[in-house]
Design a protein around this ligand. Structure first.
Ligand SMILES: C[S@@+](CC[C@H](N)C(=O)[O-])C[C@H]1O[C@@H](n2cnc3c(N)ncnc32)[C@H](O)[C@@H]1O
Length: 256
């Protein structure tokens, strides 16, 4: 089982689902973070360009890396539509082995739980080492963890979303979801079944997405061990402080 699996299959549904969940609530935060860096910024797991496109549009010189070609293909179209292609470079690669030179970036960002796709301790350690290396000395590293995945209720085949894709003339989409907890390995597994109905046509895609969660203090300790200094724990996108009940889990650090 690998955390990068499932994303190619998820790509056609990612924006549809996210428009109904997180949406763009975190984008102003990341725009401020990236503009304050005052130099080139790297986004780990850029996905469909949900964050990269608006940041590129704001003039941030941004490189987005992702393993999934299907997600990146969407990001390319999205950045073109946003008129941001001049500022955004999209690279296919693995965040555990970043293919960039030492000190290439003024800031690195990991929005929306991308580090939770690293299912083993050694994958996280390799990624933090790699980020430390490509970040300029004193550069900022910002990451968000999707809050408390292990507390996610387990359920079987629940209809968790239903709606129209691309307007009322598009396909009618239903997501049937099963959530499993592997407590021994601290993994939360989402079995996804998306069904698209368009007239008499019906198509079903099934895949699983797996995440590992560390608490904010546990992740902060990993960052310190990898040579970062943690500068803030945030509990909302306006910069408010984090506590255990916060719905948003953000960590800011510097490599100095
Ligand atoms: C939750 S999505 C985040 C996308 C985007 N940053 C956003 O906020 O909408 C996580 C992304 O990380 C990518 N990913 C997961 N594991 C990866 C790895 N080891 N290397 C590179 N990309 C990875 C997936 O393909 C997926 O596009």
């Amino acid at each position: 089982m690998e955390g990068y699996e499932g994303w190619d299959e998820y790509a056609p549904f990612y924006d549809w689902e996210n428009a109904r969940t997180l949406g763009r609530r975190d984008v102003p935060f990341w725009r401020r973070f990236a503009l304050e860096a005052g130099g080139p910024v790297l986004e780990l797991g850029a996905g469909t360009g949900r964050v990269a496109a608006p940041l590129g549009r704001a003039g941030v010189p941004l490189t987005g890396i992702d393993r999934s070609e299907a997600m990146l293909a969407r990001a390319r179209r999205r950045t073109a539509r946003a008129g941001a292609r001049r500022h955004v470079r999209l690279v296919r690669g693995d965040i555990r082995h970043l293919p960039f030179s030492s000190g290439a970036f003024a800031a690195v960002m990991a929005p929306y739980g991308v580090l939770q796709s690293l299912l083993r301790e050694r994958d996280l350690a390799a990624t933090l080492r790699s980020v430390h290396q490509v970040l300029q000395r004193g550069g900022a590293f910002g990451l968000e963890l999707v809050a408390d995945l292990p507390a996610w209720e387990e359920y079987r085949r629940r209809i968790s979303l239903r709606g129209w894709k691309q307007g009322r003339d598009g396909a009618r989409v239903t997501l049937v979801e099963t959530v499993r907890q592997d407590r021994a390995r601290r993994l939360t597994i989402f079995d996804q079944e998306f069904t698209e109905r368009e007239g008499r046509r019906r198509r079903t895609s099934r895949f699983a997405l797996t995440f590992r969660t560390l608490t904010v203090p546990q992740m902060a300790r990993r960052l310190e061990k990898a040579g970062f200094t943690v500068t803030a724990l945030l509990g909302d996108y306006r910069g408010g402080p984090w506590d255990r009940r916060a719905e948003v889990w953000m960590i800011l650090a510097r490599n100095c």
